[in-house]
Structures are given as C-alpha cells and as structure tokens.
Design a protein around this ligand. Structure first.
Ligand SMILES: *Cc1c(COP(=O)(O)O)cnc(C)c1O
Length: 211
C-alpha cells in the first residue's frame, strides 16, 4: 500500500476499517496490511469471525463496560482505554478469559469537550495501576489532536501526547521494553503527528475513502 510505504521507518499503520465492508479489508489484506482498527464492538466481532485469523484487530472507539467481554475476546490491542473503570473492566474480562490484552491509555489533550480520555496529570497513576494488572500489557498511549485548521494547536496537542508517553516511559514504565507505542495521527493530521514523534498512525478515509 502506498500510504504504508510512505511512512518513515518506526511508524506503524493501523488501517481504520470501521463502517467499511469486509471486502475492503480483504483488499488491503491482499496488499499486505495486517493491523485493522474498529470502533464498535459488534462490528469488530462480526468482521473478526469472517476474516483471516492473522489479522491484528485494534479497538479504537469509546468502549462501554458492558461490551468489554465481547471486545477482549477478539481484540489484539485496545487503544482507547479512557478511564480507570474501563481499565479495571478490561483487566477483569481478560483474566476471566485467560488472556492478556495489549492496551494503550487514551489521553485527552484536545480542546473539544466531547473527547474522552485521562487528563495528562492522571496518566502516571493510570499507568502504575495498569502495570500491576495481570490481564493487560501496557504498550503506550493514544491520543487525538483538536479538530481545527490551526496547525500550531494541532502540533501542541501532539507534543503534549508524546510528552505524556515520555514521562511514563521514564517514570512508571521505566525499564518496560514493551512500552513503545505512541498512537497519534489520522488521515488529515498524520504528517504533524509523525513530526512530533508518533509511532503508529490510524488512517481510515485516506485508505478506504470517505464513509
Ligand atoms: C475514525 C478514526 C480514525 C481514522 O480517521 P480518518 O480521518 O478516517 O483517517 C482514527 N482514530 C480514531 C479514534 C477514529 O475513530
């Protein structure tokens, strides 16, 4: 895929396939893509059941606690762990299912009231708790920039997300070699995200078209 080969070394691609049919995923799969992102539990479960086993499923949407079990059963990584309550629910479900699921902690830095996530000052404590849980493996942080044309604002948001990652890497997660992922950057803002130290971009519309 062109988008993938244009990414600098060290930046992974999550192809965001939400609301797109299985056939579109298979097309990207045929081109070599393996990591796909979904934002709804039901849709993830249906697609995972019908698509190849070696697909790596990333859950990227707001996850309600009553859907956790469904998602933990199939997701390789939950990128959108946005509250302590959800973190505990994911751990409980994973322990019950006898597995350990990769997670990212979602940090809220954008201006919009509607976006979810931990505040930057809550991240260290959340990381400490996650690191003590047997059902989750803390891999890093995820975040979104403000939805604005103001590039400086977007740049500052990404810098803040990367800053949270670096603080935890030197603090709570010191010595944890698998704490290695900064998921930030979407179709419209990935260049700035990469410039600010993203290691994983989540691209939907630039791969699959507008929904
Ligand atoms: C939909 C979505 C994306 C992809 O957005 P595009 O603009 O289609 O690239 C990335 N991250 C999250 C959390 C999303 O919900």
């Amino acid at each position: 895929m062109e988008i993938k080969s244009a990414l600098p070394q060290g930046v992974e691609l999550t192809a965001v396939s939400k609301f797109h049919p299985a056939a579109s995923i298979m097309e990207a799969y045929g081109a070599g893509q393996r990591a796909f992102g979904e934002s709804r539990a039901q849709e993830l479960q249906e697609k995972a059941a019908m698509l190849p086993d070696d697909i790596e499923w990333h859950f990227i949407g707001h996850l309600q606690t009553n859907k956790v079990r469904q998602v933990v059963a199939v997701a390789d990584m939950i990128q959108s762990v946005d509250s302590m309550r959800l973190l505990k629910a994911v751990n409980d479900a994973a322990v019950k299912a006898g597995r350990c699921v990769d997670i990212l902690l979602q940090v809220h830095v954008a201006r919009e009231e509607t976006k979810t996530g931990f505040l930057p000052e809550e991240m260290e404590q959340a990381a400490l708790e996650a690191l003590a849980m047997p059902g989750v493996r803390l891999r890093g942080v995820m975040g979104m920039a403000s939805n604005t044309d103001d590039e400086e604002r977007v740049r500052a948001d990404f810098k803040a997300i990367r800053g949270c990652f670096d603080a935890i890497r030197l603090g709570a997660a010191a010595g944890q070699t698998c704490f290695d992922t900064v998921s930030m950057g979407m179709s419209h803002d990935r260049d700035i995200a990469i410039e600010q130290g993203s290691t994983m971009v989540r691209i939907g519309s630039d791969i699959f078209g507008e929904r």
